[in-house]
Design a protein around this ligand. Sequence first.
Ligand code: ZN
Length: 271
Amino acid sequence: MRNLIVTIAALLLSGLLVFPLTRISAEGAESEERSSLVDRQIAVVIDDFGNGMTGTEEMFKLPIRFTAAVMPFMPTTKRDAALAHEKGLDVIVHMPMEPNRGKRSWLGPGAITTDLPDDEIRRRVEAAIGDVPYAIGMNNHMGSKATSDERVMRIVLTVVKEHGMFFLDSRTTGKSVIPKLAAELGVPQLSNHVFLDDVYTAQHIAKQMGVVKQHLSAHEACVTIGHVGPPGKKTAAVLRDSIPQISQRAVFVKLSEMLVPSPEKDIIPHP
Ligand SMILES: [Zn+2]
């Protein structure tokens, strides 16, 4: 032991250890410089997990941090939530909510509709949270009608708050009351900026990725939603291809990381 100490002391004195030490600190400075250039955040959210949808495997293979929105009461709800959690991803409840147009059958089980009484809405939100393991937040599946209804959303957001969760407004309507109510109730809240794959072609998804890049050039944060299901494989491929370019500008984060307030920057959820 003493020999070892003597040898290290001798090496230090002879300057042999100086080179590696300087190299380490130079690398440190370099990565610091790089991280100060990459000062923006992108949060990718993938909706509609839970039903063994196409593209599930491809999404889970993406080498980025993202958020998995898992539908409750579905055949692969538990499996997909557990897989996402194992991979260190954020899991949120993808809450089925009534749209202005569209069939009720698209909503899935346990959906929130505006004809339900207060106590039933509360019961359904509680049940959905209880069904999706590891969930730390919630966003809406469809919901153009329900998310513009103040009575309904006040109950949903109150339950979300009671569980210490946050809410991501998917923004399926311009008339959403979520930002206003979340601020009033003190629920941490973010809003979607760009739907990646509302049209199921690689061309459209790539174009939407361009919108994401544009958003990032003008804002410090971008939330973008893609889907497993019909566009799943294409969306996963476009996301994978875009990683090198986006990474020059922004860091891929989970929603929970985007919500953490930073002393240097104030991330203001997009109106
Ligand atoms: Zn959905």
